[in-house]
Design a protein around this ligand. Structure first.
Ligand code: PLP
Length: 360
């Protein structure tokens, strides 16, 4: 069995240790004689799994007691609707549009009220983060929305926007648990887990308690009310049981690795290897403004589409998978999430050097 270096943007690489553990427990979880997949979500064994997962996540992110942690279905995209349905009391919200995922959320919110784009980087194909220190945020906006790390374009907010006192809502799908965050600065932090945490199909929502109310837009489905999910500790219906189990194992792995401070250091070191190479390469170039570079998603191009395609093909043959850029931007993208080892990036850079020498 040969594992490749998997640079997929998502679903993405998971820690090998976690996958091995899950494999070992596949037929008999902890003496229960059954797989976690076969287990009642109301059983004692499962109760322990979900409670431990939440406890470990709270510890990792230092989540204050006045925030709820919800493990939900529907992925990140479901939240594009759930957020306005639950939070748009004045039917108005400010959106900062820094890429496709932010744009999708902005467009979805327009179905429920007035979504105002208060800043955008569309003018330069989302290759930077706009200055958000003094935005014109409507007085009656219910919240300010960002996509904190732009998976497709490879930019990241290094500083949170000045929301002028409004609640901040952030989609952190592709930077989840990649570095420490100050949860108290947000009303809602949510992320689809398939980028940096676990298997696709689940979203984790971390929400301040005062935002969980019965006062939601008329017609909000029971399942999409944060109150339903919070009152039932994510067990209103059958939750994504196996995903929660795998995420729980990733939380344990992160703790063992030294927590989010250590992860940040690891991720910075890894990203620097690739960015430093790109900055001195005569063939490859990064595509975003340096100050806004993501630690997780690194897009780059040669400037020649044929050469890009040749690179992706030869890289694949050499064991570097999923380096093709998003279909909307072309070029290449290396996603280097938590579980990508440093040697994966070192070897990729070696390969890029060789390719550069051969294709000058
Ligand atoms: C991948 C991604 C999404 C979509 O996630 P789904 O779980 O497929 O809905 C949303 N936002 C960001 C930032 C993403 O990277």
């Amino acid at each position: 069995m040969a594992r490749v270096y998997n640079f997929s943007a998502g679903p993405a690489v998971l820690p090998e240790e976690v996958l091995k553990e899950a494999a070992a427990e596949m037929l008999d979880y902890n003496g229960t004689g059954m797989s976690v997949m076969e287990m009642s979500h109301r059983s004692k064994a499962y109760d322990e799994i979900i409670k431990t997962a939440e406890k470990d996540l709270r510890e990792l992110m230092n989540i204050p007691d006045n925030y709820k942690v919800l493990f939900l279905q529907g992925g990140a995209s479901q939240q594009f609707a759930a957020v306005p349905m639950n939070l748009m009391k004045n039917k108005k919200a400010a959106y900062i549009v820094t890429g496709q995922w932010a744009k999708k959320a902005y467009q979805e919110a327009q179905m429920y009220g007035e979504a105002v784009a208060v800043a955008s980087s569309a003018d330069k194909t989302f290759s930077y983060i706009p200055d958000c220190s003094d935005l014109d945020i409507p007085e009656d906006a219910d919240y300010v929305y960002i996509c904190e790390n732009n998976t497709i374009y490879g930019t990241k907010f290094k500083e949170l926007p000045n929301t002028k006192g409004k609640t901040l809502v952030a989609d952190v799908s592709s930077c989840f648990l990649s570095e420490p965050v100050d949860v108290t600065k947000y009303g809602i932090i949510y992320g689809g887990v398939q980028k940096n945490v676990g298997p696709a199909g689940m979203v984790i929502v971390i929400i301040r308690e005062d935002l969980i109310t019965e006062d939601v837009l008329p017609g909000t489905p029971t399942m999409l009310k944060y109150k339903t999910q919070a009152d039932n500790d994510s067990l209103y219906n059958t939750p994504p049981c196996y995903n929660i189990y795998i995420c729980g194992k990733v939380f344990k792995w992160l703790k063992k690795m030294g927590g989010l401070e250590a992860m940040k250091e690891h991720n910075e070191k890894k990203a620097a290897i690739l960015y430093d190479f790109l900055d001195q390469s005569e063939l490859f170039k990064g595509t975003v403004e340096k100050k806004d570079r993501s630690l997780m998603n690194v897009p780059f191009v040669t400037g020649n589409e044929e050469l890009d395609a040749k690179f992706v093909k030869e890289a694949k043959a050499a064991g570097f998978e999923n380096l093709k850029g998003h279909r909307s931007v072309g070029g290449m993208r290396a996603s280097i999430y938590n579980a990508m080892p440093i040697e994966g990036v070192e070897k990729l850079v070696e390969f890029m050097k060789k390719f550069e020498a051969e294709n000058k």
